[in-house]
Design a protein around this ligand. Structure first.
Ligand SMILES: [Ca+2]
Length: 381
């Protein structure tokens, strides 16, 4: 059953400043309909799955089945008729600790014929790995097929584990990896942490990467969001800054995005700039940067044509700032002109965004204690 729960504020604000202060009181998803603060800026929100615990990612299959994976390893499906059921999946080697656990999930581009699903998870083998599964026709289970990519580093605490998977139209995979709070990782070409990886369906690096590696770009801190801008081949990523400068970046093959916490000052020096153009001349500036404070930008996607005047804007899920942030990009895609915030403070921390075929955003909350939900956020007609 879909229950309307909120119509929420939005405010157009200058880029880089705080936003949407008119509706900052947290509200339980069970609190019932809320007043609209302006129909032109409202969205409608319904809850699709509730009683979840840290759902990390969401996929939607051609039949309209919505599947989400919790960081602790449980996988849940919601069918087109509204029924919700657990998907059995064999994960004895999952290491769910801190920020690490079961994370990114994606359907293969050829899912309709192969039923292949990718997940990224922290493993008791001591790494983060991308594994391919085969989903049963009725989503009763996912059967493990093979390891696509192993050896992505893992901090035993789970800190800065990444990990998002984005299949490209040609079937190759982009994988966003965290730097594991390792000072060496982001700038090392022999370490898969702090990178955007680009591999084929067998896990081998693709042409255009750095040398013979799986590395598409380096110098990242903890990227957790990736999306292609619609109608283009522009790949955008979102990554968490330390106490300043979350970034939205436009990916360039072999690019260095300038995070280098390896200094003489400390083991893992988080006082360095997110894009250190002094120590790494030529590092690529961010398309958008939060300044101070950070919002904790956990995922990014783009609004479809159903969103009217906002179509084409990037939409970013934020954990700490507990809102969706919309950014309008300039035609060259390298900077932004406008920011609009939605749902500020209403559903708590927001983790991931998946766009459904009807243009609605499937958004996961990240508040824990089995209070989390998959929200359907749609433009209010
Ligand atoms: Ca950077």
């Amino acid at each position: 059953m879909r229950t309307p729960i909120a119509l929420l504020c939005a405010a157009i604000v200058a880029v880089g400043t705080a936003a949407c202060g008119s509706d900052s009181t947290p509200r339980s998803p069970s609190a019932g309909p809320a007043a609209s603060t302006g129909s032109t800026d409202s969205v409608s929100v319904t809850t699709l799955i509730s009683d979840l615990d840290h759902p990390w990612d969401v996929v939607i299959d051609p039949a309209g089945t919505i599947v989400t994976d919790e960081r602790g390893g449980r996988i849940m499906a919601r069918f087109a008729d509204g029924r919700v059921a657990q998907v059995r999946a064999d994960l004895p080697d999952l290491q769910a600790r801190g920020e690490g656990g079961l994370m990114g999930m994606a359907l293969a581009r050829d899912f309709a014929t192969t039923r292949s699903v990718y997940t990224c998870f922290a493993s008791t083998e001591g790494d983060v790995r991308v594994v391919r599964w085969t989903a049963a026709a009725d989503w009763s289970a996912m059967t493990r097929a093979d390891n696509v990519l192993i050896g992505i580093p893992l901090n035993p605490s789970g800190r800065h584990s990444g990990c998002r998977i984005l299949p490209a139209p040609d079937g190759t995979l982009y994988v966003a990896t965290g730097d594991t709070a390792d000072p060496i990782a982001p700038q090392s070409l022999s370490n898969l942490g702090g990178k955007i990886l680009h591999v084929d369906s067998r896990g081998a690096g693709v042409p255009g990467n750095i040398g013979d590696t799986a590395i598409h770009s380096l110098g990242h801190r903890n990227p957790q969001g990736m999306a292609f801008a619609p109608g283009t081949d522009r790949l955008y990523t979102s990554e968490h800054g330390p106490t300043i400068d979350d970034e939205i970046n436009l990916e360039v093959p072999q690019g260095n995005y300038g995070w280098d916490p390896d200094t003489a000052a400390a083991g893992y020096d988080e006082d360095v700039p997110m894009t250190d153009t002094d120590r790494h001349p030529g590092s690529i500036p961010a398309v958008w940067s939060s300044g101070r404070p950070t919002l904790a930008v956990a995922d990014i996607d783009f609004l479809g044509p159903q969103w009217g005047p906002r179509a084409g804007m990037a939409v970013v899920a934020t954990l700490k700032a507990s809102r969706l942030m919309l950014l309008r990009l300039r035609p060259d895609g390298r900077s932004t002109t406008e920011r609009v915030d939605l749902l500020a403070g209403v559903h708590g921390r927001l983790r991931s965004i998946t766009t459904a075929p009807d243009g609605a955003l499937l958004v996961t909350t990240d508040n824990g204690d089995k209070t989390d939900s998959i929200l359907r956020v749609a433009p209010r007609s």
